[in-house]
Design a binder for this molecule. Structure first.
Ligand SMILES: Cc1ncc(C[n+]2csc(CCOP(=O)(O)OP(=O)(O)O)c2C)c(N)n1
Length: 753
């Protein structure tokens, strides 16, 4: 035991705390930060600007450079770091306000602990920019989230200071506990593992599993709960639970904050006693009057076996530093929960004032906080989905929408404005979202469970066990299905076709354009005989002109139908025939493939020169361009393009007919190996279409690798899923020369959540 009773007595002696006065936690307003640093780092109004030089930050390349700084210099460092961050992100875009909120915490942690020997694990890691700046990567910020640049999240292979990779939430406590147990078993000299987790991330079930286990095993670690009142993105969406943060724990910790003064070092020192075994606590209590009368126990964290410290003002370095030092120097093995209150966007008024706190931003003007807007584009697929769901919900009172803390990203904020009582935000709890939807479906509601493809990975067993085995009509809406651009590998939605395709009972569909998206929303609403999956990528609609010229739609009044129409389950459609003929006019929305549509494919050409592209999803437009280009490049090539629409059930008639008519089938999808192409190939093999050796098959999928941050376009280039890649494939397969087109790479303008 490191703290003797006498040391404790010294710690608790009047005047032992040379630092900040006690302030009441509830007094701290989000818009009026009241810490000592705030006096000089919060500009009063626009135009906003930072310091002209950053001498202290310039002297700190790595955390060891900070160790010589005194408190005044540490505060100056925080000030300079904040402005360095503002300036850097204004030029590249990125996650912004979460980093602003943890500037002081980052400075304090790196000052007190010794990375990389000590481990700091940032949950989600969207708040890691200041950490990166203090650990040798400040000069790399011009490359943030760009091809070949530094990641916007922590990444073990990027730096030895990134203890654990992240991007998805709620993992930090488990990882810290694992590290702590390992350090202890391997007798490592130091055992300091710190998990920094937000009040949003702590809503994820994994965090509770980890706390439960850490308390039970009594694992030495510090969990810093960064409580900023922001749980969902954005917080404040109208839902059945109102507009408050979607978390009862958040309400609970807010109560802790308003009902107690902020704890300062002196209060903390009194309660340090509770870190000790009970017999020592007794001795300490007897010798120290300050220890008597202390309220011990009571918080939910204490009931879980943690030593709770807080709430602490997370922008107050004077208090945080000595508290962290004491926690570092204690050799108690009890896990600690340090509850800090911060303001998301702290120190930059435009961020503090914005409804989303400027969570994720494009480039912006520092003086005003106004973001540089990209070119006016068509509506996003997300908003088209949300409006289609409003149409479905207007027709059918049973339709409800669910989001797991992503109302903005999934369009549930739009739906919530129209149907607040039918909108459910469950917090960052994808597993719960899926089973919650299953329960609703049992009772006859029609739940649309709207989760990014990448985050649905969290709910996998729930999809199998709670939804599919019971054949419950839960509609799983997977936005961002495909490559997502600058967020990189943790956020790509590449795997859903593979991980869902193997589950019996699922109907899986993917629209090729915005009208199909509307139609499929209506299809999901109408289909009540089992679970459905609707997956679509990050992107925007094509707009009328392109839908007409490229796809061959013929719209009445020249407008895209305002409302979708259900389509026939498991039926694809031919879009293009050889010679560039657009075939859509032959279809009604509910009428899928028919053999009578196929005949003209041959144009008298050899079968080995007849190519069918069978696409699932929005790469269809690239397939159509490729078909036109391939035929233009060689008159002896005939290309048919079909839109599969469904991966499950497959349109077997359509595939069989394409195989009969053509010598080459190319499947195209924005998904990993194991998805649509594999299902088609499997069918062809079992159907005997490959037995005669006169059918070549090429699946075009995302390569079996992780795509680092880049623009979405660059990722399609790297993946080989743009039109020229498809055309090259066609030419190669008919053994003709390959021509390459120059590729224009558009500039990055926006970021994801
Ligand atoms: C499993 C998972 N679901 C959803 C998200 C999307 N997401 C990123 S940050 C965030 C909010 C996190 O809130 P909090 O932890 O409090 O950090 P803050 O943004 O407030 O700093 C969400 C929902 C995610 N990263 N991981």
């Amino acid at each position: 035991m490191k703290f003797s009773s006498s040391l404790l007595a010294i710690l608790l002696a009047p005047g032992a705390n040379a630092f900040a006065p006690i302030r009441h936690a509830g007094v701290i307003q989000r818009s009026e930060p009241a810490t000592s640093t705030s006096l000089w780092d919060t500009p009063s109004g626009p135009p906003y600007s930072g310091p002209s030089s950053k001498p202290i930050l310039d002297s700190v390349n790595y955390p060891h450079d900070m160790k010589r700084l005194d408190m005044k210099e540490l505060k100056q460092l925080a000030h300079e770091l904040r402005w360095e961050l503002i300036e850097a992100v204004s030029k590249t875009g990125g996650h912004f306000s979460s980093s602003l909120g943890v500037i002081e915490l980052t400075v304090a942690l790196h000052y007190v602990f010794d990375m990389p020997e000590d481990d700091i694990i940032w949950d989600v890691a969207h708040q890691c920019y200041p950490h990166k700046m203090l650990t040798g990567r400040r000069h790399k910020f011009p490359t943030l989230r760009q091809l070949g640049g530094i990641s916007g999240f922590c990444k073990r292979k990027e730096s030895e200071y990134d203890s654990f990779g992240a991007g998805h939430s709620s993992t930090s406590i488990s990882a810290a506990q694992g590290m702590s147990v390992a350090k202890s078993m391997l007798n490592k000299r130091r055992n300091n593992c710190i998990a920094v987790i937000g009040d949003g991330a702590i809503t994820g079930g994994m965090a509770y599993e980890a706390m439960n286990n850490a308390g039970y095993l009594s694992s030495r670690m510090i969990v810093v709960l960064n409580d900023n009142g922001q749980v969902s993105l954005p917080t404040g969406t109208q839902t059945a639970g109102g507009v408050r943060p979607a978390s009862q724990l958040s309400a609970y910790t807010s109560n802790l904050i308003v009902s107690k003064p902020f704890q300062d070092f002196r209060d903390f020192a009194k309660s340090l006693n509770r870190l000790f075994p009970e017999n020592v606590q007794d001795v300490n209590k007897r010798i120290d009057e300050y220890a008597r009368g202390l309220v011990t126990g009571g918080t939910i964290f204490e009931e879980l076996g943690f030593f709770y410290v807080g709430p602490i003002d997370g922008h107050d370095l004077e208090n945080m530093v000595p508290i962290l030092e004491k926690l570092r120097d204690s050799d108690s093995s009890k896990p600690v929960l340090l509850h800090i209150k911060t303001t998301k966007g702290y120190g930059y008024p435009p961020a503090m004032a914005a409804s989303d706190r400027m969570h994720g931003v494009g480039k912006f003007d520092i003086a005003t906080g106004i973001q540089v807007k990209g070119k006016a584009a068509s509506p996003s697929l997300t908003s088209i989905f949300a409006n289609a769901l409003i149409d479905a919900a207007t027709d059918d009172r049973a339709v409800v929408g669910i989001t797991a803390a992503m109302p903005g990203g999934t369009g549930m904020d739009i739906f919530g404005r129209r149907f607040p009582k039918r909108t459910f935000d469950v917090g960052i709890a994808e597993q719960h979202a899926v089973t919650f939807a299953a329960g609703m479906a049992c009772e006859g509601l029609k739940p649309f469970c709207c989760i990014y493809s990448t985050f649905m990975q969290r709910g996998y067993d729930q999809v199998v066990h709670d939804v599919a085995i019971q054949n419950l009509p839960v509609r799983m809406i997977l936005d961002r299905a495909g490559v997502v651009g600058n967020d990189g590998p943790t956020h790509h939605g590449c795997y859903d076709l593979a991980y869902l395709g193997c589950i019996p009972n699922l109907t899986i569909m993917s629209p090729s354009d915005e009208l199909e998206l509307k139609n499929m929303v209506m299809t999901c609403a109408a289909f009540n005989d089992g679970p459905t999956v609707l997956r679509y990528p990050r992107g925007v609609g094509y707009g009328v002109e392109k839908l007409q010229s490229l796809f061959g739609y013929e719209f009445e009044n020249g407008e895209i139908p305002a409302k979708g129409t259900p389509i026939e389950i498991g039926k694809g459609r031919i879009i293009r025939r050889p010679g560039g003929v657009r075939a859509l006019s032959e279809h009604s929305p509910t009428n899928g493939s028919k053999s009578s549509r196929m005949g003209a494919a041959s144009r008298g050409l050899l079968k080995e020169h007849r190519v069918a592209i069978l696409s699932l999803g929005t790469r269809l437009s690239e397939a159509l361009i490729a078909a036109d280009d391939a035929e233009a490049a060689d008159k002896d090539i005939a290309v048919t393009v079909a839109d599969a629409r469904f991966m499950k059930p497959l349109d077997e008639d359509l595939i069989r007919e394409l195989a009969d008519e053509n010598g080459i089938i190319i499947t195209v999808e924005e998904g990993s190996i194991g998805g649509f192409g594999d299902h088609v190939l499997h069918f062809l093999a079992l159907d005997g279409a490959l037995d005669d050796g006169d059918l070549k098959f090429r699946p075009m999928v995302l390569p079996d690798t992780y795509f680092e941050a880049a623009t979405q376009y660059e990722q399609y280039e790297m993946a080989g899923l743009n039109s020229h890649h498809i055309m090259e494939n066609i030419l190669r397969l008919v053994r003709k020369g390959v021509s390459s087109k120059k590729v224009e790479v558009p500039e990055l303008v926006e970021i994801e959540q």
